[in-house]
Design a protein around this ligand. Sequence first.
Ligand SMILES: [Zn+2]
Length: 429
Amino acid sequence: MHKQDFYKLLKISSNSLSFTFKRFFNAYIEETKNIIVIQEKSNQELLKFPSVWLRDNCYCNSCFHPVSKSRIHNWNEFDVNVKAEHLQINPETKQIIINWTDKHQSIYDLKWLKERAFNQKYQRDYLRDFYRPETQHWSRSDFERVTHLFQFNDIMNDNNVLKLWLESLATYGIAIIKEAPIEKTVVRKLANRVGFLRRTTYGEEFIVQAKSDANNVAYLSDPLAPHTDLPYYEYKPGCNILHCMVQSKSDGGCNLLVDAFYIADRMKAEYPEDYNILLSTLVDWNDIGSEDGQAFHNIWRAPVIVLDNEGNYTRINHSIPQRDSHFSVPIDKVLPWYEAYTKFVRLARNDAITFKTSPGDVLTFNNLRLLHGRTGYDDTDKNVRYIVGGYLDWDIIYSKLRILKTTTRFPSKRTAFPVHICDRIKVTC
Ligand SMILES: [Zn+2]
């Protein structure tokens, strides 16, 4: 239908049903027939939809399988130059009906269309509110403000608290769970509440405890400099869950944490050339050993700072012990990389926050973003520091978060966490 025809129809309808006029929306085919324009109310912006996209996303039963929610129309016959021949609107059902040049008819709900509008603002809101929460980067001095505390039982029993925990993790990269039982099953219970544990070379759950035959530096009682876990995996585990069952009564055993996205921001602002070197130099990360009789040799080559196509940080790789002696770059790139990396490590070290978890605390944080470490400690016969760890992957966390956003009672709050937060974390070391 052409714009003029639409106005004719609108006029007839509004004369005969004037009380529905306010609920009326406006839709027409642009001259080129490649774009459909919709306006919900006269004062609202135009929503434009490409014809090819509309036809591709027809959700009638022959184009779309409603149970699997999947596109099923025959792409071998799909015409990318398809055009709308005729357009009708139904003001009562708030639908538009389009007849296409390929003789197909499609019906679209206005609500469905609005959720998929190509306007920048709608797309930005969708990406931020539903795809993934926007990250907020923080320095050491922000730690107490950004670290939210949740009760273990609330997370296990209340979907709203579960959602707030996962939103905290996605936004700030950290959250602490208090008053978990002193049981080895806590990490698994939390992971199962979200989805499932991520298995690695070191198993599903792992015990961080000083061991005389340590096969990983984490299993020593020495200080552990801030690092990310498993940088030598292409599919690096997304989120750490560390349940403190016994804490060292010695002065040590404190956690160190740094938001490496914030450190990357600082590198970009203060040392832009070094920042670019850390973005562009592929580093060989590795781990060699054996666990439960299975030998392994993991290698992944990746820069220290990894960006996505839109220039957002997707992953930080940093672990001094797990950097390979192989460094597969041109020889003239070596010294500049070391100089840049040294600045990054120094900034991170100086921004590390130190605090000590207590038995029953579960520290959860984003392993693609935060660096974590610990101060050294001395075990005694009666006091052996004992931490149970496990991982969750971000695909699983984001999926759960979207399900919770569509099923929980309250709308998502991205910045305020007003409920079920017992108090703020105390910096104790
Ligand atoms: Zn169809």
